[in-house]
Every structure is written in structure tokens, then in C-alpha cells.
Design a protein around this ligand. Structure first.
Ligand SMILES: Nc1ncnc2c1ncn2[C@@H]1O[C@H](COP(=O)(O)OP(=O)(O)OP(=O)(O)O)[C@@H](O)[C@H]1O
Ligand SMILES: [Mg+2]
Length: 262
């Protein structure tokens, strides 16, 4: 039974997509079957696995959500990486936020799509946009757990209160089991002490939810998307890839200790 993880932070450019694609790819490389769901109109997760502009037989996540589809197979494509599949996104998706406003069960569209896929995958990873709008809400309702990437900088924690309170509302009304999977510190500049200070503050706030692995700022992680590959396959020996492999192992380790999600 798949565990569904939404990679979410309404702050832009904190490493959500980099984390979603490298975690998804690293889990696939380690033998798990993984579905990556691009839920951001920017489509960066789609281009990050080399599938920019591609559509499955039924279309993209846009058609899946607006048609209230429950047959995700029609929207799923294989990727170049064994065991990694993708539900792609294009710019069209930006229309969904508005088009869904007036329809019933609009927050449950993604849940409806992904729930029947649980027996086909080990992990379903959702990349979400930098907002707390309807697309992110759909991701939080569909997910078992939220993975929060935090950019190692001052104000990293700023705005997180909004995410935490949104999660609380989702838990009360729509998805009682929702919880934090973990908090990942990203883009750490090892030449400064700032990362250590931020890390201390974040660990004080989120305690053992914070992963031991800290993702360094590494140029390979920034270059890889332009080659249409996650860094873990583009340059598996780079420091960035190495950190994402260590992170994926930590995710697997935690999930062996944690009770099974029903
Ligand atoms: N550890 C890192 N080292 C260097 N560059 C990075 C690292 N992580 C991400 N980047 C780069 O920083 C930019 C922002 O990262 P990313 O797209 O993953 O963030 P995001 O949170 O998904 O952004 P958005 O909110 O726009 O969706 C990208 O250009 C990415 O390639
Ligand atoms: Mg992104």
C-alpha cells in the first residue's frame, strides 16, 4: 500500500521540486515503485524528469482534476527511470484553481484520483505549488504525510505558521490522519555559520521531525533540470545527489520504524 507524501511549503524556491524529483528517483533506484505527481502549473517536476509538455492518453493532471477522474492510469506516463512513473503538469493547470471553485468536493479531486493507485505503488510523491490555494489543499487532502523543505536562511520559519494552521484545518475537516512526515533543510551554504544557526532554530521548533541529512547548496542540483534528469541520475556522485540518496535512506529508515499507514 502506497504512502502518499505531499512536498509542501507555500514559500517559493525552497527546494520543493528538487526534493520531490530526487526523492522519487532515489526511491525508485532503491527498488521501490514510485508515482510522482506534478501538482504545480509551473510543471517543474515534469520538466525535471525530462517530460516537459508531455501528455498521457487522458491528458495531464489538469484534465484528471477537472474531470474528477478516478482512473489515474490514463494520466500516468513511464519515465526514463525504472519504476518511476509521472502524472505530468503543464501551464493549463493554472486554470484549475478557478475552474474548480464552483464544483462539489473540489478539495477531494486528487484524493479521488490517487486513492485507487495505492496498491500499485510503494510511494506517491506530490510536488505542490508555492501557495496555499486549491491545488495545495488537494495535495494535503490526498496525502498521508507532508514533507516540508526549508531553505537554510533567516526567516526560514516565517510563514510556516500558515502552513501548520492550514494542516490543522485540513485535519479537522477533510483528512484526520494528516501529519508531518519530516522537515528537510535545503540549500545549506557550508561556508557560512548561518546554516547551523537556522538548523538549531528549526530543530528547536520541529524537534525530531527534522531529518539528520541537510542538503548542501550544490551546483549539480541546479544544473540537472536543464538536462531533464534528477541530480541522482544526472551526476550520482555529486555532493547534491549524495545528500538526496542519504535523505531517501532516512525516509525509508523512518518508515520501517513507523507503524504502517492504513
Ligand atoms: N541544494 C541546492 N543547491 C543549489 N541549487 C538548488 C538546490 N535546491 C534547489 N536548487 C535550485 O534552486 C531553485 C529553486 O528550487 P526548486 O525549484 O526545487 O524550489 P521550489 O520550492 O520547488 O520552487 P517553487 O516554489 O517555485 O516551486 C531551482 O533553480 C533549483 O534548481
Ligand atoms: Mg517547485
Amino acid at each position: 500500500m502506497a504512502k502518499i507524501i505531499a512536498v509542501t511549503n507555500q514559500k517559493g524556491g525552497v527546494g520543493k521540486t528538487t526534493t520531490a524529483i530526487n526523492l522519487a528517483a532515489a526511491l525508485a533506484i532503491s527498488g521501490r515503485t514510485v508515482l510522482l505527481v506534478d501538482c504545480d502549473p509551473q510543471g517543474n517536476a515534469t520538466s525535471g524528469v525530462g517530460m516537459k509538455g508531455q501528455r498521457a492518453a487522458g491528458g495531464t493532471i489538469y484534465e484528471a482534476l477537472t474531470q474528477a477522474a478516478d482512473d489515474a492510469d490514463r494520466f500516468t506516463l513511464p519515465t526514463m527511470i525504472d519504476r518511476l512513473s509521472l502524472i505530468p503538469a503543464t501551464r493549463d493547470l493554472s486554470g484549475a484553481e478557478i475552474e474548480l471553485i464552483s464544483v462539489s468536493e473540489r478539495e477531494r479531486r486528487l484524493e479521488r484520483l490517487l486513492e485507487p493507485q495505492r496498491d500499485r505503488f510503494d510511494y506517491i510523491i506530490i510536488d505542490s505549488p508555492p501557495s496555499l490555494g486549491l491545488l495545495t489543499l488537494n495535495a494535503l487532502v490526498a496525502a498521508d504525510r507532508v514533507l516540508i523543505p526549508l531553505h537554510c536562511e533567516y526567516f526560514a520559519l516565517e510563514g510556516l505558521a500558515d502552513l501548520v494552521s492550514t494542516m490543522r484545518r485540513v485535519r479537522a475537516a477533510l483528512n484526520p490522519g494528516l501529519d508531518i512526515e519530516g522537515v528537510l533543510l535545503t540549500m545549506n551554504d557550508e561556508r557560512t555559520n548561518l546554516g547551523q544557526q537556522v538548523s538549531r532554530d528549526v530543530r528547536e521548533f520541529f524537534k525530531d521531525k527534522v531529518y539528520r541529512t541537510v542538503i548542501p547548496r550544490n551546483v549539480r542540483l541546479a544544473e540537472a533540470p536543464s538536462h531533464g534528469l534528477p541530480a541522482v541520475t544526472y551526476d550520482p556522485k555529486s555532493r547534491g545527489a549524495d545528500a538526496y540518496f542519504a535523505f531517501a535512506n532516512e525516509v525509508l529508515e523512518r518508515n520501517q520504524l513507523a507503524p504502517a499507514v492504513s
